[in-house]
Design a binder for this molecule. Sequence first.
Ligand code: IPE
Ligand code: IPE
Ligand code: MG
Length: 246
Amino acid sequence: MDLKEQIILKRLPNHVAIIMDGNGRWAKQKGLVRVMGHESGTKSVRQVVEASAELGIKHLTLYAFSTENWKRPKIEVQTLMKLLVKSLKKEIKTLQDNNIKLSAIGCLNDLPKKAREELSEVIEKTKDNSHMTLTLALSYGSREELINTIKNIATNVKNNIISVESIDESIINKHLYTQNLPDVDLLIRTSGEQRISNFLLWQIAYAELYFTDILWPDFTKEDLYEALINYQNRERRFGKTSEQLS
Ligand code: IPE
Ligand code: IPE
Ligand code: MG
């Protein structure tokens, strides 16, 4: 039986997040420059976006650029930003054809003007699409997001809009960049690294973690299916006992 048929569609994770890692190593293995790995990685992005939409996953969030990635060589950062603009221009059709709404989280003001404009345009054009939400984490860092959240909540308290006593999980959720997204159910990281690298720390509290050695440019639809099957074979207990669940 092929992998896709083994997926139980009724039990798909509602929100899948992916740390797309290993572009540089993929290129190095092939004797290419790092940016060729990023270029090739965009093909994997298309594969997982299409596969997720085909299956009926409602929310897909991709870690494309972290707040820490600004520390990389200038030429690599510039190429990544150019690639973002190019991909947005190229993939708008894929998004429209598949009824996908684009969204972005992160310190978006830090992006170059061209990237911000292109991003806003695609977000605006796809805002009424309803089959799936694709969220790009760009200049995203979870700690930066939490600092921003705390500042906004503190300001609201100072201005008597909310009381200290009323602060709970739902208020915090409403102030995060991910305010329109549910918690992450499945977090995938490619390239063999087993770390979170400042991604969605609050939102992955009860996510299932899936690590694979595959480098991002080699990641295909089949690899996503494998991750989903693995996820579906786990028991999510949320603190309860196994007996309580059945
Ligand atoms: C992930 O691949 C892409 C970004 C972080 C932008 P890397 O560029 O981190 O690839 P490796 O980890 O060096 O192989
Ligand atoms: C995490 O990958 C960020 C993205 C995939 C965008 P990194 O390659 O930047 O993470 P570290 O530095 O290995 O932890
Ligand atoms: Mg990396």
